[in-house]
Design a protein around this ligand. Structure first.
Ligand SMILES: [Zn+2]
Length: 377
C-alpha cells in the first residue's frame, strides 16, 4: 500500500509531506502491490496507544469476560487506538487473577480489534485516603509476591502497576515488580516529595494520572508532581478529557515535562460510547452526564472519563498543545512505557504499519490501517 498526499508524523520534523509505504504488516521505503490510499488534506499519525483505560461500549476489563474484552478491542480500534493496555480496578486477588487469565486467553486467540499489548493493574496497592473511585474494601499493602502470581496468570502481559509509595513494603515491591518486567507508576497516594523521590530512586518510572488522586503541587510541598519532574526518566500520565484537568494545567504540564515525558491516557469507563445513565463500576455505581462521570454516592468524586484516547488527543490540540506533541504523547510515549516502541508508536520503516488518517480541519478519522490492513475508511 502507498499512502499519498498526507502530512506524515515525524519524530524530528513534526510533520513531513511524503508517501508512506507498507509491505505486509510493516512500513517500508517502497510499495509494490499497487494499492493506494489518498491522504490529501490529512495528517497521517501512528495508531494511538492507551495504557490506562477501564472500559467502553458497556464493557469493563475488570468483568474478565472474553466477549467484553473482544468488544472493547473492536471499539478501540474503530477510534484509531491500535494498541491497548487496559487497567484493572481494586478487587480481590481471585478476581484480579481472572482478569489476567482472561487477558492472556484473549491475547492467544484474538481475531479482531486493537492489539492487547499489556495489562495495567491500577489497583489494589493504593492508599485509602486517595482511593478516588477505587473500592476501599479491596485495597492491599504492596505485595510483590502477589504481583508475581498475577503476572504468571497473565503469562507476562502485566506491563504497568500503580503503587502508593507511603504504604509499607513499597520499595521492595518496586524492585520486585521491575524484576517481573513491570513499569511501576506512582498514584492514588498521599506521598510527599521525599517519599515519592525515594520510590523513583528505587526504580518507579511513571506517575498515574498526574494531579488526580495525589497531593497538589505547591510551593513548599511539591509532592509526587515535583518528584516526577525532578527525575528525568519518569513519565506522567495526563487525562485530557476536558473534565479532569484544566486546560491551563494541560499546557503547563507539557511545558514543564516536555512533550516526550507526557503520556495522554483516557482513563475511560464502560459508559464510553454509551448514552447518559447509571452504570456499575468495580462493585460500585457511577452516574454519567455528558462527558462527566462521577460516583453515584459522591457527585464530587470523578470516576474516570467517558472520552476515548482519540477524543483526548483532540482536546489537547483544542487546548493549544501542538499537534505533533499531542500525537507523540498518545503514541511513542505510551509505547515506551509498556516496551513496544521497537515495533509501534512512530512511523519509521520496519515498524508495524498501524496508522490513522485524520482530517486536518477537524481531526476526524478518515481511515484506519492496522498492521498493513485497511480496517476502516
Ligand atoms: Zn485512578
Amino acid at each position: 500500500m502507498r499512502v499519498t498526499g498526507g502530512q506524515v508524523f515525524d519524530l524530528e520534523k513534526d510533520f513531513v509531506a511524503r508517501d508512506l509505504c507498507t509491505d505486509g504488516g510493516l512500513l517500508t521505503s517502497s510499495s509494490v502491490d499497487g494499492e493506494t490510499l489518498d491522504a490529501n488534506g490529512c495528517y497521517v499519525i501512528p495508531g494511538l496507544i492507551d495504557v490506562h483505560f477501564h472500559g467502553c461500549v458497556g464493557e469493563d476489563f475488570s468483568d474478565a469476560t472474553p466477549d467484553g474484552l473482544r468488544r472493547m478491542a473492536d471499539f478501540e480500534l474503530s477510534q484509531g487506538v491500535t494498541y491497548i493496555c487496559p487497567a484493572g480496578m481494586t478487587l480481590p486477588e481471585d478476581q484480579l487473577k481472572r482478569i489476567c487469565e482472561n487477558a492472556a486467553a484473549h491475547k492467544a486467540s484474538a481475531a479482531s480489534g486493537a492489539e492487547l499489548a499489556g495489562v495495567n493493574l491500577e489497583g489494589p496497592f493504593l492508599c485509602m485516603a486517595k482511593k478516588g473511585a477505587q473500592n476501599g474494601a479491596f485495597l492491599h499493602d504492596p505485595d510483590g509476591v502477589m504481583l508475581h502470581r498475577l503476572q504468571e496468570a497473565a503469562q507476562g502481559l502485566v506491563k504497568l502497576v500503580t503503587v502508593a509509595p507511603e504504604q509499607p513494603g513499597s520499595l521492595d515491591f518496586i524492585r520486585s515488580a521491575r524484576e517481573d518486567g513491570i513499569t511501576v507508576s506512582i498514584g492514588h497516594t498521599t506521598a510527599d516529595y521525599d517519599t515519592a523521590s525515594a520510590a523513583y530512586a528505587a526504580g518507579a518510572r511513571q506517575a498515574t494520572h498526574l494531579f488526580n488522586a495525589m497531593p497538589p503541587f505547591t510551593h513548599r510541598a511539591p509532592g509526587v508532581i515535583g518528584a516526577a519532574f525532578d527525575h528525568p526518566e519518569v513519565r506522567a500520565e495526563l487525562i485530557c478529557d476536558g473534565i479532569h484537568i484544566h486546560p491551563s494545567v494541560v499546557r503547563a504540564t507539557f511545558r514543564l515535562f516536555g512533550a516526550d515525558r507526557v503520556i495522554l491516557v483516557s482513563d475511560s469507563l464502560r459508559a464510553t460510547g454509551m448514552p447518559d445513565g447509571k452504570y456499575p463500576f468495580g462493585g460500585q455505581e457511577i452516574v454519567v452526564h455528558g462527558n462527566r462521570a462521577t460516583m453515584a454516592d459522591d457527585p464530587n468524586t470523578l470516576a474516570g472519563s467517558v472520552t476515548s484516547l482519540m477524543g483526548c488527543l483532540r482536546q489537547a490540540v483544542r487546548f493549544g498543545i501542538p499537534m505533533a506533541d499531542a500525537v507523540r504523547a498518545a503514541s511513542l510515549n505510551p509505547a515506551r512505557a509498556i516496551g513496544i516502541d521497537h515495533r509501534a508508536g512512530s512511523l519509521e520503516d520496519g515498524k508495524e504499519a498501524s496508522f490513522v488518517l485524520l482530517d486536518k480541519e477537524d481531526l476526524s478519522i478518515r481511515a484506519i490501517v492496522f498492521k498493513g490492513t485497511l480496517v476502516q475508511q
